[in-house]
Ligand binder design. Structure first.
Ligand SMILES: CC(C)(COP(=O)(O)OP(=O)(O)OC[C@H]1O[C@@H](n2cnc3c(N)ncnc32)[C@H](O)[C@@H]1OP(=O)(O)O)[C@@H](O)C(=O)NCCC(=O)NCCS
Length: 150
């Protein structure tokens, strides 16, 4: 539990109409965004409806200032696409988003949660380590795309 909860920050599930704000946030946060692929409005709406998904936004008033997409395979949970607006950083927004996503995963019976981060992303690594995540330098990430913009 956060010792001094930030009362002006409200967390709720993301909705299809949040799509433009989510894209803006990801772009501002420097995430790779694929609007003609998996980050398009239809793909986003489908991901929100997918089973085993908990897509959360952190709002200050009406403004989306942070987001995280969490999901699980029944075996392991994943924290994806975590982003906090630059002017909102180091105020505990990411910590709250990740802890809330973990609670949702735990309610689904998930006891192992993982995240992928770039090796040179010092903020992300520091955040996850501060939350008890262990770095696995022996693991290599592999992926394959059906099309370049996917
Ligand atoms: C990584 C990111 C999500 C952190 O968000 P944030 O809201 O600023 O993080 P928090 O304020 O909740 O930080 C919690 C703790 O994480 C650690 N931490 C977070 N950012 C840090 C930084 N830049 N340097 C060192 N430690 C950091 C600290 O231990 C911090 O606690 P403290 O502020 O009490 O010292 C944010 O920097 C971001 O959006 N980065 C760009 C997108 C990105 O890299 N996403 C992650 C993809 S894996």
């Amino acid at each position: 539990m956060d010792p001094s909860p930030d009362k002006s920050l409200a967390l709720r599930s993301l909705r299809p109409e949040d799509h433009p704000a989510v894209l803006r946030l990801w772009e501002e946060a420097g995430l790779d965004v694929r609007p003609r692929g998996r980050d398009g409005p239809k793909a986003f709406a489908a991901q929100l409806r997918a089973p085993n998904s908990h897509y959360l936004g952190a709002f200050r008033g009406e403004e989306l200032v942070g987001a995280v997409l969490a999901n699980h395979t029944g075996r392991k949970g994943w924290i994806n696409r975590l982003a906090v607006a630059p002017q909102e950083r180091r105020r505990g927004v990411a910590r709250r988003l990740v802890r809330t996503a973990e609670e949702a995963l735990r309610a689904d019976g998930i006891e192992v949660v993982a995240a992928l981060a770039q090796r040179d992303n010092a903020a992300s690594l520091a955040l996850f380590e501060s939350l008890g995540y262990v770095v696995h330098p022996e693991v290599v990430y592999l992926s394959r795309r059906e099309r370049p913009e996917a």
